[in-house]
Write a protein that binds this ligand. Structure first.
Ligand code: HEC
Length: 347
């Protein structure tokens, strides 16, 4: 077995030092340069009503190219969205557009996807189990349901005829999706909003019939709509469940977890501001909390609470509901805390 190292597992340790894109288990874009990912994407429990243009996946029998015939056994359908496009602007916004339905399927914040089951461990180039479908990371605030929310002349475009995806183009790096429904052509672009659990949409139609987005007040006009789609927390996702086999908490283990759970995407360790406050020099210092007159000291209990339930005390100047709560084994909480405490800069 040892000799049969695949090309991939040989490449991964070498590439790990370079900036990772394709082989990164947690690929991320930025607001300036969103990442557009064509891959299987997860189905977070979407109802059948949003898939009228999909065929039903079937089991197929196994084929053996040697004798050129079917052999006993079945291949199961991959349980993900096969023709969808995932877009990520960093922790500020991710969404999935399905090209078979030509429709926005879901949107979330606080992460993107975890592809560990597909790529294996980036450091070791090995994987425990294999899955084409990545896991979501973050807080979902929009999920498609029922007929398409885009309405033309008071009618959902689901009733205007087949929806056909015609491609996307990048406008200053932002993907603009083009599709048609019956005779009418549409474009749809999503960008991050400065409100939590929200995104900004620009929707255009080639028709001058009244255009609306069902259920959003003020989202109506003709030809072009710009509006904010605000949601509530529908579900939270933490990515691939790992077994880190940490038996004793340590700052070193915490440093690894800090990268693995994507904390580094929102928190710097050098004092600079990012999506969240820097955790460098945080431990033992005073923190101003939204709605509290007195600052609190960032002691062990505070750090634990900040990771377990980020909304319990929201740091002044930062949005609530932005950091996803992390449900972790105690030894991992302790390691993260030890790591943050190791970054305390005595002044
Ligand atoms: C999507 C961005 C995001 C991710 C990912 C994230 N955080 Fe946060 N975090 C924030 C924001 C925003 C705040 C400030 C608002 C609040 O208090 O909830 C914050 C607050 C905190 C605080 C309190 C900081 C202070 O100055 O008092 C700690 C500690 C913290 N996060 C640790 C973590 C750890 C550890 C992880 C990974 C396991 C993590 N965060 C992942 C965005 C994030």
């Amino acid at each position: 077995m040892r000799k049969s190292l695949t090309l991939l597992s040989l490449c991964l340790p070498l590439l790990a030092k370079e900036p990772l894109l394709t082989f990164d288990n947690q690929p991320m874009g930025t607001i300036e340069r969103p990442l557009v990912l064509r891959s299987y994407l997860p189905d977070p429990g979407l109802e059948d009503a949003v898939f009228p243009q999909h065929d039903t996946a079937r089991k197929v029998s196994k084929y053996n190219p040697g004798p050129g015939s079917d052999v006993p056994g079945e291949i199961l359908p991959v349980p993900g969205l096969a023709a969808a496009i995932g877009v990520n602007f960093g922790p500020a916004l991710s969404f999935v557009f399905d090209t078979t339905e030509a429709r926005l399927m879901y949107a979330w914040q606080g992460g993107f996807v975890d592809m560990t089951p597909y790529w294996g461990d980036v450091q070791k180039g090995s994987r425990v189990s294999f899955d084409y479908v990545p896991r979501l990371v973050g807080t979902m605030f929009f999920k498609a349901a029922g007929k398409d929310p885009i309405e033309l002349g008071g009618k959902s475009i689901s009733d205007l005829g087949p929806r056909v995806f015609t491609g996307y183009k990048l406008d200053k790096g932002v993907p603009v999706f083009a599709f048609s429904a019956g005779e009418t052509r549409f474009t749809l672009a999503l960008t991050p909003s400065d409100k939590p659990l929200s995104c900004d949409l620009v929707l255009t139609s080639s028709s001058d019939a009244p255009l609306t987005w069902r259920g959003v007040e003020g989202a109506s006009g003709k030809g072009k709509l710009s509006f904010t789609l605000s949601g509530t927390e529908i579900a939270k996702f933490q990515g691939y469940q790992r077994d880190n086999k940490i038996t004793k908490a340590s700052a070193e283990a915490g440093e690894k977890l800090f990268g693995q759970y994507g904390c580094a995407a929102c928190h710097s360790i050098d004092g600079s501001k990012s999506h969240g406050p820097s955790v460098g020099g945080l431990a033992g210092h005073k923190v101003e909390i939204e709605g509290l007159d007195q600052p609190v000291v960032a002691d062990t209990a505070y750090l634990l609470e900040s990771i377990k339930s980020p909304n319990a005390k929201v740091v002044k100047g930062y949005p609530p509901n932005y950091m996803p709560p992390f449900g972790l084994p105690d030894v991992e909480y302790d390691s993260l805390i030890l790591y943050i405490q190791s970054l305390a800069q005595p002044e």
